[in-house]
Each structure stands twice: as C-alpha cells, then as structure tokens.
Design a protein around this ligand. Sequence first.
Ligand code: DGL
Length: 264
Amino acid sequence: MDKNLPIGVFDSGIGGLTVLYKLIEMFPNEDFIYVGDTINLPYGTKTSEQLKKIISGVAGYLNNLPVKSIVIACNTATTNSHHLKDEMDLPIIGVIEPTAKHALSISENIMVLATNVTIESKAYENIINNLKKDENSKQFYIKCSDFVDAIEANEIDTEFSHALVKKKLMPFANEKVDVIICGCTHFGLYAKEFKEIFPNAKIVECAEPTGLSLKKTLEEKDLLNDKKELGKTYINVTKMQDNFKDKTKWFDKPYECLKEIKIK
Ligand code: DGL
C-alpha cells in the first residue's frame, strides 16, 4: 500500500464534514477525499439491507480510486459496515467504538443521541454495557433521525432547531446526564441546542476519538505519509444541492473542489 495515497472519508451528507474538519487538523499533511452520499440521504431510516448495498457502493468507489484507508464518518453506516472487510483489503475505521470508549472515560452517566438505525442496532448500548463499571450509572438512548433532516435543511441554531431539540430532550432535563454522545456525526452542529437543555453536560463528538483511532492504525501499518507540504482535500457529493455551500459555511478549511460524482 502506497502511504502517499489519500484517505477516503464518507457520510450521507454534511455530518461527516465535522469529522473531516478534525482530521484535517490532526493530519495536516494527508490528502483527503470526502464523499457526501447526498443522493441516499438520510441513511438513518433505511433498512439494513439497503444500507449494506449503499455502503458497499461508496466504500467500493473510494477503494477503487484508490485510497489507503477509509474513515466511515457516519455512525449509521458504521453499524452496517462489517461486510466491508470481505470486500476490500484496506484499513477501515468506524466512529462508534472510539467515541463510546472516550465518553466512558469521562462518565458513565451518558445520553446517546443518534439516528433510528444506530439506536436500534444497540451498537453504543452493547459497548457501554460491556465496559461500564457502575451498575447505578444511567444511560439514555434516544432516536433523533428528525434532527438529521433539520440539519440538512440548514436549520442550525434557529428558532425551529431549538424548539425541535427542546421537545425531544426536555423530558430528560432533570436526569443526571454528564455526557451527551453525538452518536450521529451531524449532531455536533447541534451542540448549542443540546447545551441549552443540559448546560453542564460534556458534548462528545466522534471526530477526535475517531482521528486518534485512525492515527493508531496508520502508525501501526506504517501508512502515515511522509510529505512535507500541506495536504489537499477534495469534496464530492452524489447529488449536488443548491444549499450545500450555505449549510457548510462553518467548514472553513480549504478544499480543491466540490464535485458531483456517480456511484454505481
Ligand atoms: N451522519 C450520519 C450518522 O452519523 C447519519 C445521518 C443520516 O441519517 O443520514 O449516523
């Protein structure tokens, strides 16, 4: 494997950009190719059968470019990605395990906010139940696919978004929640909304723990590149959206192009 190849990163839409943002900071000399699979958005309400096919398509596209590693910057896709190791031979990094472990290192009183598919998969629940030590600690697992729709509609820090989050989370406002896991990579964009209801909770996003997991893997496999110049980032979407630039204004990292691609 050529260590100077780019790293592939994908999500259903803009959520994975919260991960990519951090990866660019953590790996300034690496090149990144991002795919926002906007034609299949949202992932979080699809069946497992649909998701496996979609994820094989996107990961297969990246693998064929080629890339040296794939970061699945999506919790929903991570829950349906086990089959990829039989389809391709490169390191594949998911977001759930590193994020759950990081959250547990802070507190076991955890609220996981994620898509319907991710919550139903019990991916977070299984890891947390296996690793938690305090039987009296409390966890909450809440399906929030409606937040994804709102974020993709650019309802971020608006009256609508604050009301939406309030309606769902207010019933838990008096619970002891030390950590909120953004178990969907879109949800880092709702940190303000979550803080309004849980001002003292620590918001844990997938980006940094996933970056550390990627670093460990690339180091172990001697795949960190040895370039001295700054890396380049390419952003692709499977369906161009008129409001893409508008809803990603916060993504202030330079990128070479924004292009629509076709995945078979
Ligand atoms: N950002 C994705 C995740 O982390 C899912 C969004 C969607 O439902 O498409 O789960």
